[in-house]
Design a protein around this ligand. Structure first.
Ligand SMILES: Cc1cn([C@H]2C[C@H](O)[C@@H](COP(=O)(O)OP(=O)(O)O[C@H]3O[C@H](C)C(=O)[C@H](O)[C@H]3O)O2)c(=O)[nH]c1=O
Length: 193
């Protein structure tokens, strides 16, 4: 399986092999042993999330689930195409505040591993996007939060001017404002919480 690493330590890009024939193709979409043996990613997923987004230019994010309910995510697009964005907010990280932008689509089948400690969001590039992602922690509404997609401190170019947003995302605070008020979302040593 093709694996790509980034200048930001932790995130991984996978391209599971597809076995094509004149009917179409087959792919082992997720294989725990393959991830552990080939990528050293030995994690336990407990929940699959599937979201459908009808309109292009819709933006979901930037979201996090705070410790002790932090989640790692293995993100893939089943129909359509998105630009997926993750932001390193691990206190003490050499790449704190830096982001990655990755194109995910049905055509490429590329999957992104998002470790705990990152904001996550995406903007749809096509109609009718199904995003499927495995998570390593159960949902907890009280630990779920949103940071402003257009936070100028994060400097993200989403390639969209006036995205479709949920009410929650439309009124999300900037990262610095949120952390000044509530403390660091992922403080140093958060893994021990
Ligand atoms: C995430 C989640 C949500 N919900 C309920 C809560 C709401 O009633 C409804 C929609 O939730 P929300 O508007 O937070 O959905 P998204 O905007 O797609 O949020 C997700 O999108 C970004 C990109 C993410 O990475 C997160 O997984 C997640 O925050 O589903 C659940 O019941 N379980 C869950 O695991």
């Amino acid at each position: 399986m093709q694996i790509e690493r980034f200048a930001i330590d932790g995130p991984l890009l996978f391209t599971p092999p597809r076995f094509g024939d004149d009917r179409g193709w087959f792919c082992e979409h997720w294989n725990a042993r393959r991830l552990a043996d080939e990528a050293g990613l030995d994690v336990r997923f407990v929940q699959d999330n599937l979201s459908f987004t009808a309109r292009p230019g819709t933006l979901r994010g930037l979201h996090y689930q705070a410790p002790p309910m932090a989640q790692g995510k293995l993100v893939s697009v089943i129909t359509g195409a998105v630009t997926d964005i993750i932001v390193d907010i691990r206190e003490g990280s050499a790449t704190y505040g830096q982001h990655l932008a990755v194109e995910l689509s049905r055509e490429t089948g590329v999957q992104l591993w998002v470790p705990p400690g990152f904001l996550h969001g995406f903007v749809t590039r096509t109609p009718d996007v199904h995003m499927l992602y495995k998570v390593t922690g159960y949902y907890s509404a009280e630990h779920d939060g949103s940071i402003a997609w257009d936070d100028p401190d994060l400097g993200i170019d989403w390639g969209v001017q006036d995205p479709v947003l949920s009410g929650k995302d439309a009124q999300a605070p900037r990262l610095a404002e949120h952390q000044a008020r509530n403390g660091r979302i992922f403080p140093q040593g958060w893994e021990q919480t």
